[in-house]
Design a binder for this molecule. Structure first.
Ligand code: SAH
Length: 396
């Protein structure tokens, strides 16, 4: 097995169990390794540290599979890690019985570059790095065994694959496309999930708990849901008794699914619901000048800052939408505002939202910090895993 030798002093982050080895920390590769091969990671003095997947084209030159230099990375390794990830979900009470569930959350489940989401009897697999790509068939076997699912679809089409020198790969790897649309039930609401063409693996499972909170807060409130995608927050707001729900997204296909989702839930009052295909930035401005006001606003934008390098421009975008949202709230109104940008830390996000309130001339208080549910765990040594942060604020 090839040896990846670190530069002197560059074993510190590994000692803190952070799983990424950056190119700038690498002295050399002793021996030969191909993309995705497992390499022995050693300190400058030769001390064994870990086993990692080699990724010659990425700035993240290797991702650690195990911090135990004696552990073997083989099919059984993936069986163990995937089984443990699935059992972690079964342990958490709020995750039991969920149709839509993240089963494997990459680094935070000890499986860097691997995402697996379950929607009913279908598992969607996403490989984003050379390591899991190499172990693809072991991973597929382990997922099938741990879940008993009858279908697995691969959605390895995330942009980050390009940084690893990997081409996009999509398709059914177990079973075939079902005849009927895949529908999950999330806290009483039926939702269509398009695993082939939807965003991410088809749905934003990370907002499940926050959508439920929306239902619990929505009674009697005129609601605005910005960046609504397929309407998850909107339908929960209707279920919770919102007096009206205006939902905005720039994606026609997402809104078409949102309309289907509304039809799938005849218990909801469709007359209170309006979908609008538009740019949120423009719409917020227009709503303000039309004199419209709301009692509950949800802002769940896409990732404005994929990495820290984009933080400044992203901060401006977050500030702008939050200023507008604060201006559109009636007294006592609630703002649920999110950032899913890995490049924006939670303290920074709070500062941006505080600045936005000042910019809008509103006094507001933070009622609750919001995050992803426990099927998106955060490894304590991997703060990048805490990508989703939200704030529930109330204005005076
Ligand atoms: N809240 C959703 C997920 C939102 S994802 C849920 O719970 O499922 C972000 C959404 O923002 C995507 O649907 C994307 O189409 C939309 N979007 C991105 N930029 C936009 C813009 N400038 N204006 C309106 N929608 C936008």
């Amino acid at each position: 097995m090839a040896q990846l030798v670190l530069l002197p002093g560059k074993d510190r982050s590994l000692a803190r169990r952070h799983p990424w080895i950056f190119a700038a920390s690498v002295d050399r590769l002793r021996g030969r390794a191909r993309r995705g091969d497992t390499v022995d990671v050693v300190a400058a003095n030769g001390r064994p540290l870990a086993k990692a997947a080699w990724s010659p084209e990425s700035k993240i030159r290797a991702r650690v599979w195990t911090f135990d230099p004696d552990e073997t990375v083989d099919d059984a390794f993936f069986k163990r890690r995937i089984q443990a990830a699935v059992e972690r979900r079964q342990m958490m009470p709020e995750l039991r019985g969920q149709d839509g569930l993240r089963l494997v959350h990459g680094e935070s489940d000890g499986l860097p570059g691997l995402i697996a989401d379950r929607y009913g009897d279908t598992v969607v697999l996403q490989l984003t790095a050379t390591g899991p790509e190499k172990w693809r068939s072991a991973i597929i076997g382990a997922l099938q065994r741990a879940t008993g699912c009858t279908r697995i679809y691969e959605r390895s089409d995330s942009d980050v694959r390009r940084l690893e020198g990997l081409e996009p790969v999509t398709g059914w790897v177990l079973g075939e496309a079902p005849d009927e649309a895949l529908v999950i039930v999330e806290n009483g609401v039926r939702l269509k999930v398009d695993v082939v063409a939807g965003h991410k693996t088809g749905f934003y499972l990370d907002q499940r708990d926050n959508r439920l909170l929306t239902r619990e807060l929505a009674a009697g409130r005129a609601t605005l849901n910005c960046f609504c995608y397929t309407g998850g927050f909107s339908l929960q707001a209707l279920a919770g008794g919102a007096t009206s729900v205006l939902s905005i997204d720039s994606s026609g296909p997402a809104l078409a699914t949102a309309a289907d989702n509304l039809a799938l839930n005849p218990q909801l009052d469709a007359s209170r619901c309006e979908w609008r295909e538009a740019d949120v930035f423009d719409s917020l401005r227009a709503l303000k000048s039309d004199g419209q006001r709301f009692d509950l606003i949800i802002l769940d934008p896409p990732k404005f800052a994929p990495s820290a390098a984009h933080a400044e421009s992203a901060a401006r975008a977050y500030r702008d939408i939050n200023v507008f949202a604060f201006r559109l709230l009636n007294p006592g109104g609630l703002l649920m505002t999110y950032s899913c940008s890995g490049g924006i830390r939670s303290e920074y996000f709070q500062q941006i939202v505080a600045d936005a309130a000042v910019g809008a001339g509103r006094d507001a208080r933070l009622l609750r910090r919001l995050s992803a549910p426990p099927d998106h765990p955060v490894a304590l040594h991997f703060s990048e895993g805490e990508y989703l942060k939200g704030l529930l604020c109330q204005v005076d």
